[in-house]
Design a protein around this ligand. Structure first.
Ligand SMILES: Cc1cc2nc3c(=O)[nH]c(=O)nc-3n(C[C@H](O)[C@H](O)[C@H](O)COP(=O)(O)OP(=O)(O)OC[C@H]3O[C@@H](n4cnc5c(N)ncnc54)[C@H](O)[C@@H]3O)c2cc1C
Length: 426
């Protein structure tokens, strides 16, 4: 392993080195990553050299800019920290970003131009990791999966060669990298189209938990007829040892949602409401998710509907010991196959539910119980970016998509040099 140090421009940390434990730690502190080495890559040449080294020695590499999506399946790999691959350039409505760039950096650059990238709830998630898995954005109802906005990847293949991946140059790999996860190449930069967002209205309304049945009824009413410009998420929040709240988060791609959110205004009794016109750069302030690493446990399910029975499962007993349960409205462009779209495909399910809590046996049991109670209304499929430790990539794809991804993996990386958090052959 020591020769790896001589090959790299960036820092190489081995077990026993000062800083090794910190460098291998993911964002979810409940996940251990007993890797063989951490390489803090300085440039794309480092990525190529690290992959070449792994190939030569029968090892595997895994890329993680920040570790927001760890599965715990990194034993014995060489962990490539890609934070050093920075840079955001925008021209002609297209952004080119390095593999270490976080969404907040792209939004800050696109915002003054009246443009947006297809970011999700958190500004600290990396563009590349999120996009390789599809990427469910606030704006996906209008513009589809983030992965389908990609025009090109710069990457390193399993032989350690630097490659450019586009629809013309390598259509099959281009398809796979747009939603099939990080199992096929190590991406060093991505180019994607930005989408128009001259005005953005959004924010959070918050009520005491007692109002949850009314808020959920209004959520069902609003989402039943929402235009694709409007996205609304419903949240139950139980502060550990504190009060509970029910919340509605919304974004509207326009100056004013008018009466579209009126059913929420009629409820009354809100303890806060910060809906406003906001710059795209402030998108992350809506959910205001923690940006520092912390331990967590979660589960996601795609819902085939949101009828009275589902409402009963969610509201008839306190969510405790869970901290949060969120329902995201999907549909719109997500429900239609994109022209020339990638492996993310489309989602028939109109909602997803995402539940999380602090790691413990009781949290695990509560997540299981919730999942089982929701079975009549779940499809069994899960978005790739929302998979969690112990789950398989197979849950994210229809059968034909999975078979096509597996064929590609076997032909392009027969020695298993590149390892995604959720490998397609796993
Ligand atoms: C607070 C929070 C909010 C989130 N919100 C959303 C949301 O709104 N919508 C949504 O869809 N998802 C969301 N996610 C999930 C997130 O998109 C996934 O966890 C994603 O995998 C994170 O990517 P990352 O690069 O930041 O994390 P990492 O753990 O660093 O990387 C995740 C995986 O991506 C692959 N990867 C990363 N970089 C490369 C590369 N350069 N080359 C090849 N493979 C690579 C690897 O397989 C890696 O294991 C959220 C996650 C968190 C923690």
């Amino acid at each position: 392993m020591n020769e790896l140090r001589n090959l790299m421009n960036g820092r190489v940390l081995l077990p026993g080195d000062e800083g090794f434990d910190e460098a291998r730690r993911p964002w979810n502190l409940a996940v251990d990553q007993p890797v063989r080495a951490v390489v803090e890559v300085a440039d794309a040449d480092d990525v190529a050299a690290a992959v070449g080294f792994a190939r030569l020695h029968g090892l595997a590499v895994t890329a993680q800019p920040s570790g927001h999506g760890p599965s715990g399946d990194t034993d014995g790999t060489i962990l490539l920290r890609t934070r050093g691959l920075g840079g955001v350039e925008i021209g002609n409505g297209v952004a080119r970003v390095g593999a270490g760039v976080k969404w907040g950096e792209v939004l800050a650059a696109a915002s003054p131009l009246g443009l947006t990238g297809l970011a999700g709830s958190s500004p600290v998630v990396s563009v590349v990791g999120y996009t390789l898995g599809g990427g469910l954005s606030w704006f996906s109802r209008k513009y589809g999966f983030a992965s389908d906005s990609v025009r090109a990847f710069d990457a390193v293949d399993a032989e350690g060669r630097r490659i450019r991946v586009t629809a013309d140059q390598d259509p099959e790999l281009f398809w796979a990298l747009r939603g099939g996860g990080g199992d096929f190449a190590i991406v060093t930069a991505v180019e994607f189209e930005l989408s128009p967002a001259p005005f953005l209205h959004g924010g959070r309304i918050m009520w005491p938990i007692e109002r949850a049945p009314e808020v959920l009824a209004a959520f069902r009413e609003v989402t039943a007829s929402a235009p694709d410009e409007l996205t609304v998420w419903f949240d139950l929040l139980q502060i550990p040892g504190g009060p509970g709240f029910v919340m509605v988060d919304s974004t509207y791609l326009g100056r004013d949602p008018g009466a579209l959110l009126r059913p929420f205004d009629l409820i009354g009794g809100a303890v806060s409401d910060n809906r406003r016109l906001l710059p795209v750069a402030e998108l992350g302030s809506i959910c205001d998710e923690p940006t520092d690493p912390s331990p967590g446990m979660s589960r996601c399910e795609l819902l085939t509907g949101l009828d009275g029975e589902v409402a009963g499962v969610l509201l008839d007993e306190p969510i405790d010991p869970l901290v949060g349960v969120q329902i995201r409205h999907l549909g719109g462009a997500l429900a239609k196959p994109a022209d020339g779209g990638g492996a993310a495909g489309h989602l028939d399910e109109p909602y997803l539910v995402y539940a999380f809590g602090q790691p413990s046996e009781t949290t695990g049991e509560r997540l299981d119980r919730l999942g089982k109670a929701l079975v009549p209304a779940t499809s069994g499929r899960k978005p790739y970016t929302m998979l969690h430790g112990g789950e398989q990539a197979a849950a994210a794809f229809p059968r034909e998509t999975l078979a096509r991804l597996r064929d590609l993996k076997r032909s392009r990386d027969p020695h298993g040099v590149i390892k995604a958090n959720f490998p397609v052959l796993g």
